[in-house]
Design a protein around this ligand. Structure first.
Ligand code: CTP
Ligand code: CA
Length: 232
């Protein structure tokens, strides 16, 4: 796509994007993490900037992606650090897009020194829930602590014997209370798998758009297209 084919519809807007995976330390050398690459969040940040937005990209662990041009890049490690950074940058933003894969749980205890084999070695890791950043943003908006910010969530769903991807995604949209949920259908054995659709865009207003299989840049453009009407 030529540069001049990209619309400048986000001129004057401020957009916050989270990307990549969080890491929760166990000791100074070990962590609980996930396989998020950060590619989708980086693609969103890059395109939002190309479309004219002032973009803050808050990145956890990624596969070593180049920083997008003209984007403010903030590095974080843990879910708690991500929460603090998102909350800080969300204030006054026109949109927050939560593409990051946030740990749901973290170890209760973080050893100050490397955990060793031998006496005192652990046989289990006690976990506690992290805060839900996306739900926190929605709550802040309900409470009036955050105003005028559109909130976009991501969900990767597989579906199982109790429900298909869309059923779970619709429930997640309701539960999270965000304005838009980008749903990726992942994994094998989906009960109601559609051949050529990799996901859906679900709007809080009940609109549902199938997302055809395509690049992360293409998905980013679909997401930003859907975001437009949600901006104040
Ligand atoms: N998310 C978040 N804070 C968390 C966990 C998730 O902000 N502690 C955000 C993700 O960035 C994503 C959305 O919530 O935009 C959905 O994440 P997902 O893991 O699909 O949802 P969960 O509510 O954690 O449900 P599940 O039990 O399916 O993991
Ligand atoms: Ca989760």
């Amino acid at each position: 796509e030529r540069d001049d084919a990209i619309p400048r519809d986000l001129e004057g807007r401020r957009v916050v994007v989270s990307a990549g995976g969080t890491r929760e330390p166990l000791d100074p050398v070990r962590f609980l993490g996930n396989r998020s690459s950060g590619k989708q969040g980086f693609a969103l940040a890059r395109l939002a900037a190309q479309r004219g937005a002032r973009v803050t990209l808050i990145a956890g662990n990624t596969i070593g992606l180049d920083a997008p041009a003209s984007v403010e890049l903030v590095h974080v490690t843990t879910a708690e650090q991500l929460r603090v950074a998102v909350d800080k940058h969300a204030t006054g933003a026109d949109a927050v897009i939560m593409a990051a894969a946030v740990a749901d749980f973290r170890p209760v205890n973080v050893a100050a020194a490397k955990i060793k084999k031998g006496a005192g070695e652990p046989n289990s890791i006690e976990l506690t829930k992290t805060e839900d950043i996306l739900a926190g943003l929605v709550q802040a908006r309900r409470d009036g602590r955050l105003t005028g910010t559109a909130i976009v969530g991501f969900a990767a769903e597989t579906g199982d014997e109790h429900g298909d991807v869309l059923t779970y995604a619709r429930a997640k949209l309701k539960r999270k209370g965000c304005d838009l949920l980008v749903v990726n259908a992942v994994g094998e054995g989906k009960a109601f798998e559609v051949d050529h659709n990799d996901g859906w865009l679900l709007g809080a207003d009940g609109t549902e758009q199938a997302l055809d299989h395509g690049s992360k840049a293409l998905l980013a453009s679909r997401v930003l297209d859907a975001l437009g009407p949600l901006l104040r």
